[in-house]
Ligand binder design. Structure first.
Ligand code: NAP
Length: 295
């Protein structure tokens, strides 16, 4: 077995993402010699011990990070600033502080200034997930064949960046290095806008008068069903994502609304070729995704 990338990995948050990393690290043994888990509630930590996905749990984040050469923030991004403030004085000199948050400019803004001298901050974002949350939702193949976007801060120790990349490679991920603003625009279109649309369409269906709403549920066709799966995602996590990627999300939403208006116009005025062309583009994107094994 290869030498573990880290001696002690502290996971602050053990929901879908944190518990998936924990499972992989426990199974493989070459990511970290010791896994320490922290969460907001003792109930989650008790469950982590029952599941056997960490060596040790700590309710106090400061205690969890003591002696850890890697600390990974795996809570909703809105909680990062308070967490960073709580752990900053206890981070070990030379440790790597990384995260899995879905937004990157806000994380660099909120956490960056709190990182003590001598601690290497390496923001990252695994592009994998499901609509489920909590420690039971994680699984060890979650990141297999999926991308992790690593967003290094200029001037950061190269060895620290490389260790974070190696951790994700051992989780089964492929690595792409990205600038923070570019990251936020890309995820706004591929992830945040689709979620916004899914939450909205479910709200629209729910607003229908009683009789139609029941019919919606009874006859939910594949189209609506797929939206409801996405819309089942964790409210706190997505609230934080929307509020922390505001500009990129609003820009993509404005573009989308323009395109939706163009489609509405084609439908209203009976423009079959516009409608057909739009659908063909959708099919083409789906085919490319299948070819890239990201479907
Ligand atoms: P999750 O399943 O809801 O788990 C969140 C974890 O964070 C739980 O352990 C929770 O503890 C803890 N937590 C919640 N609020 C907290 C607070 N205010 N302070 C400290 N800890 C808190 O979430 P997740 O889906 O794993 O998402 C975690 C992070 O990964 C987020 O930043 C998200 O943006 C990012 N991400 C998510 C996905 C996805 O598809 N879900 C994909 C990529 C990246 P308790 O259980 O005790 O409440």
């Amino acid at each position: 077995m290869a030498e573990p990338v880290f001696k002690r990995l502290a996971l602050l948050g053990v929901g879908l993402i944190g518990s998936s990393v924990a499972r992989i690290a426990m199974e493989r043994g070459d990511i970290a010699g010791e896994i320490v888990a922290n969460a907001r509630t003792q109930a989650t930590l008790d469950r982590v011990m029952e599941l056997g996905i960490a060596h040790r749990v700590e309710l106090d984040p400061a205690k969890a990070v003591e002696g850890a050469d890697c600390v990974m923030l795996c809570a909703p991004v809105g909680a990062y600033a308070a967490l960073a403030e709580a752990i900053a004085p206890y981070l070990m000199p030379g440790a790597v502080l990384t995260d899995v948050g879905s937004t990157k400019q806000s994380v660099i803004r909120d956490v960056g200034p709190l990182v003590p001298e001598g601690v290497h901050f390496v923001p990252a974002h695994p592009m994998a997930g499901t609509e489920h949350s909590g420690p039971d939702a994680g699984f060890s193949t979650l990141f297999q064949g999926r991308w992790t976007l690593v967003v290094p801060i200029p001037g950061t120790d190269e060895a620290a960046n490389e260790k974070v990349c190696e951790l994700w490679r051992r989780c089964g991920s492929m690595i792409e290095i990205m600038e923070p603003a570019h990251h936020d625009r890309v995820v706004a279109i591929v992830s945040h806008l689709p979620h916004l649309i899914a939450f909205t369409i479910c709200g629209t269906a729910d607003d229908l008068e009683d009789e139609s709403r029941q019919q919606v549920l009874r006859f939910a066709a594949a189209g609506f069903r797929d939206f409801t799966r996405i819309a089942a995602s964790d409210p706190a996590m997505w609230r934080d994502v929307f509020l922390n990627n505001r500009e990129a999300l609003l820009e993509m939403l404005a573009r989308f609304m323009e395109d939706a208006q163009a489609m509405a116009r084609a439908v209203r005025w009976g423009d079959p070729s516009y409608i057909e062309e739009s659908i063909k583009r959708g099919r083409k994107i789906r085919r490319s995704l299948i070819e890239l094994k990201q479907a």
